[in-house]
Design a protein around this ligand. Structure first.
Ligand SMILES: Cc1ncc(C[n+]2csc(CCOP(=O)(O)OP(=O)(O)O)c2C)c(N)n1
Length: 380
């Protein structure tokens, strides 16, 4: 059976021309020139940060980096449509969303330098810590959303929470194959939870293409659970914003969960640990380079007269400053205290954790012996 195609909602074509859409255009018309410029700024700054983080990893200053190049519009458009009080459950690639929520580059890179499990307090930003176990956050998100419903029912909203809070569960195309997603969606649908599933279909789950993971468009899954899904061009920041605004408004109004399949593309490697040329073609990459989300938006924004060359130059200068500050602050991050890592897993001593700690200490001691031997060799 041929997979049924679903045309994604697109407002901005790759050449930067804007189309009218009866449902979605009014959301864009409501944005001020300043808000439109901010969308650009967020995308451009994240892209610069991404490039810098990739370089830092190559220089051995980060243990790993998961580039988000190409996914800026999907992320910025969506998070800009939310309220700061909405709780976001990210994967490990939501850098543009994290920055938008006020997480600093240093906080963002802390985990990637392996100096802490995370660099930020989720309560300060309503942005949970990155989740590396695929799809686990979809269950955490459903649990949080059940808590919201419970608070509403009991009439006891905690003082630090908003009455109309909704929950966003971010997820990759590959991770939708995890059973956790099914459980989460069943709960969300059955209990009409205030949840937005935000799938960034970046076409690859490391080396496995989406078509292997799903024989039909991922957006169609929502229907199977009994809620609405919308497929959007994730390289179009305006469509991403408009779709997320409409759907989050409906969730806030008590209409239960919704799903966005944001069709985008990961331009870089899955992480700095893999080589995408081994599994995808240069023609495919070229095709998506032609759909670049930032270039497309810049071209439209210039044409409106809402942003001139000096604005773009200023954004570039700000991004450059951010990259240079980031280099300094990352190098200054203190290494993690290994005792603390193991001692905070359980509140009481645990045999397995003790055994793992002893193994690691022994392993680390091996390096000290090697260094001593080398030094002894050079002085002899
Ligand atoms: C439960 C689980 N299984 C496998 C992995 C290994 N793994 C890490 S990322 C990844 C691919 C994820 O692809 P996708 O969900 O499309 O997200 P993307 O990385 O493309 O943003 C895999 C298989 C993991 N982290 N967790």
């Amino acid at each position: 059976m041929q997979p049924q195609e679903v045309q994604p909602i697109q407002l901005l074509a790759p050449d930067g021309t804007l189309a009218e859409n009866e449902v979605y255009s009014p959301y864009i018309a409501a944005l001020s020139a300043e808000e439109l410029r901010e969308l650009y700024r967020h995308m451009a700054v994240e892209r610069r940060l991404d490039a810098e983080a990739t370089s830092l990893q190559r220089q051995g200053q980060l243990a790993l980096w998961a580039p988000a190049q190409g996914q800026e519009a999907a992320q910025v458009g969506t998070i800009a449509a939310l309220k700061p009080t909405d709780m976001v459950f990210p994967t490990y690639r939501e850098h543009a969303m994290a920055l938008y929520r006020g997480i600093s580059p240093e906080q963002l890179l802390t985990m990637f330098r392996a100096t802490r499990h995370t660099g930020w307090d989720p309560r300060e930003h309503n942005f949970q810590v990155y989740t590396l176990v695929l799809a686990a956050q979809t269950l955490h998100a459903a649990g949080w959303a059940m808590g919201i419903n419970q608070d509403l029912r009991m009439g006891s909203i905690p003082r630090d929470r908003a009455e109309d809070e909704i929950v966003v569960a971010c997820i990759g195309d590959g991770a939708t194959s995890q059973g956790d997603v099914h459980e989460s969606m069943v709960f969300a649908s059955s209990y009409e939870l205030p949840m937005l599933y935000f799938i960034q279909n970046n076409h690859w789950a490391i080396s496995v293409p989406t078509r292997t993971q799903s024989r039909g468009p991922l957006v169609n899954r929502a229907q199977g659970y009994g809620f609405e899904g919308v497929r959007v061009d994730g390289n179009d920041v305006l469509a991403s914003y408009a779709v997320a605004t409409r759907l989050s408004g409906e969730i806030r109004a008590g209409k239960g969960p919704k799903l966005i399949e944001s069709v985008t593309y990961r331009m870089g490697a899955h992480t700095t640990a893999d080589d995408p040329t081994k599994y995808r073609s240069s023609q495919e990459l070229e095709l998506w380079e032609g759909r670049d989300p930032i270039r497309r938006y810049r071209s439209w924004l210039s044409s409106t007269g809402d942003a001139d060359e000096s604005f773009f130059e200023q954004v570039d200068a700000d991004a450059k400053d951010l990259a240079s500050d980031m280099r300094k602050s990352v190098l200054a991050l203190e290494p993690i205290d290994l005792e603390r890592v193991f001692d905070t897993v359980y509140s009481e001593p645990h045999r397995q954790v003790e055994a793992e700690k002893a193994w690691l200490k022994d392993y680390e001691a091996g390096f000290a012996e090697e260094t001593n031997a080398t030094e002894a060799g050079t002085t002899r």
